[in-house]
Design a protein around this ligand. Sequence first.
Ligand code: SF4
Length: 438
Amino acid sequence: MIQRRPCRQVVIGDDRVGHVKIGGGLYGTDPAPVSVQTMTTGYTYDIDACVAEINRLTAAGADVVRVAVPEKKDTDALKEIIPRVKVPIVADVHFHFKRALEAVESGVHKIRLNPGNIQDHDQVVEVIRACKARKIPIRVGVNEGSIIERRDKQKRMRELGQVFSNQKHGYLLSIMVAKLEEYLDIFYNEDFYDIVISAKSMDATVVIDAYTEIARRFPHPLHLGVTHAGPKETGCIRSVVALGSLLANGIGDTLRISYASDSRYEVEDGLELLYTLGLRERKTAELIACPTCGRIQVDLITLVQDVRKKLEGQIHLPIKVAVMGCIVNGPGEAEGADVAVFAGDRRGIIYVQGEKVANVPEEEILGKLLEECLAFQAKVERGEARLGEKKVEIIPPDPIGELGSGWEKLAADKAGPGAAGGAGKRASGPQPLTVGQS
Ligand code: SF4
């Protein structure tokens, strides 16, 4: 079990949308589950579309949603958006402190400030005081891209020169920590501690080192993220490497995976990462599937995708479902699954908690598997079965008879020329192997 880093706890939300706790473990608080955030991609001032996007992301599992507020019409829109959504809303403020003040007035639940582009001491103090009066937390985000000085040309040249020198990594980290310390002093002087910190970069190794260092130095909850990670297809690896490594070491209290793709994927992948590390309790079906190989005798890849889509819509309990291509490793890998199918030669045998319930041709596997999942879900809901309760030993089915597989050919070959038993049933493709070989 992962030991979380103890830190202060911050609470965002209200009685209507609920309260999301971030961090904990210090001052009599317990660590809250790691929450998943995302950000809308549409214009905030387009109220109906913004509400629809937030509600869609909430349905996907987002605990908190952030919106951009570049103009006053965006912060004005928050007054109408917030009463129509069911999660805490964060206003993403850059360049103009007045957007933060307006967002607070509009009832936002949290503010994100960037020390790289809101630096004026008095303006920061004004935002802090407005948030303190309404008990609204602030995230201080020192993103790599915005920490280099932009106004003082001399300083900018010096900083850039050092960032691009051989010591890039070390200098970048030191500048991130220095800017953070300087900024947080303003908060501490105002006796304000409802702070969440982020230190994002597009470089996964910088993210790991920066958060590790910040976790050691500051007692505040950490919002993890890899910024500009790219599209889902490549951003996924970059994000999971950095965030997974930190989370596995107990660092991180809330996260946003950033993709140049539909934000729904950010939520789904953030949740899957937390489920995988045992940091959140899974609420929907868990699909286990073999990667397929040259032994496959059904179209398993299509079947797995179809099963995933069906489970998503109809299973609302964390039922473990295994879809295995053959019996070589199937029994071992699927043991512990609530519902499992092993494929043979254009057939599949379905098990429910280790008990064989059906043997169907390939075209009926999807329907029958879903039927068994739904029936099992209903049994669990009636209290007649419990998830993952039976640790069963699945006995592999007879590969020659029951699964009607190409193993018949092997038997026939062994029996010599002219022997009956389905030789030639599979004209080409993978040949059978001994059970256990893989
Ligand atoms: S050996 Fe069987 S279970 Fe394993 S990958 Fe190949 S088809 Fe799938």
